[in-house]
Ligand binder design. Structure first.
Ligand code: GDP
Ligand code: MG
Length: 152
């Protein structure tokens, strides 16, 4: 079933010039970029986005981290894309993330784990609406969907 997920390259990924490399992984997998932008996250947006963690001891550090520079935010579309992108991203603690995942290949510390991805249909819808307006979505066909999918 075609789904959309919210994915974000955190400030350390952008500053380390990993945007292209990470995007290439999503593109090569066959996923479709339907919206994307670079932005600085405001304190308010950061606190809303990570609201579920507001009572955690790391919340202050998390808000400082995510607002410390530009993020590259995107909406990816594909079959079962929410769980697929979570698997590509890897475990929250990069030291436990499998080699071959984004965190397992490029990151070391949990507090500098370079990428965010929605963890459920509910969070995907919430996060997509938090970061993107309807006018920012691109409606287009990928010419190779009939090669990538058994039933496009
Ligand atoms: P995710 O869904 O894999 O990103 O992980 P969570 O939703 O549990 O946490 C959100 C983000 O908070 C993580 O990606 C980390 O950047 C950060 N985080 C989570 N746990 C810790 C922690 O124990 N210490 C620090 N410094 N940051 C954490
Ligand atoms: Mg999470």
């Amino acid at each position: 079933m075609k789904q959309r997920t919210f994915t974000m390259l955190k400030p350390d990924a952008v500053k380390r010039r990993l945007t292209g490399e990470i995007l290439a992984r999503f593109e090569k997998r066959g996923l479709k970029i339907v919206a994307a932008k670079t932005l600085m996250i405001s304190d308010d947006l950061a606190k809303t986005h990570y609201g579920e963690h507001s009572d955690k001891p790391f919340f202050g550090d998390l808000i400082s981290y995510i607002t410390s520079g530009p993020v590259f935010a995107m909406v990816l579309e594909g079959d079962d894309v929410i769980s697929m992108v979570r698997k590509m991203v890897g475990a929250t603690n990069p030291k436990e993330a499998a080699v071959g995942t984004i965190r397992g290949d490029y990151a070391i510390d949990t507090g500098r784990n370079i990428v965010h991805a929605s963890d459920s249909e509910e969070s995907a819808e919430r996060e997509i609406n938090l970061f993107f307006d309807e006018s920012e979505f691109c409606d287009y066909e990928l010419p190779d969907e009939d090669i990538i999918y058994e039933e496009p």
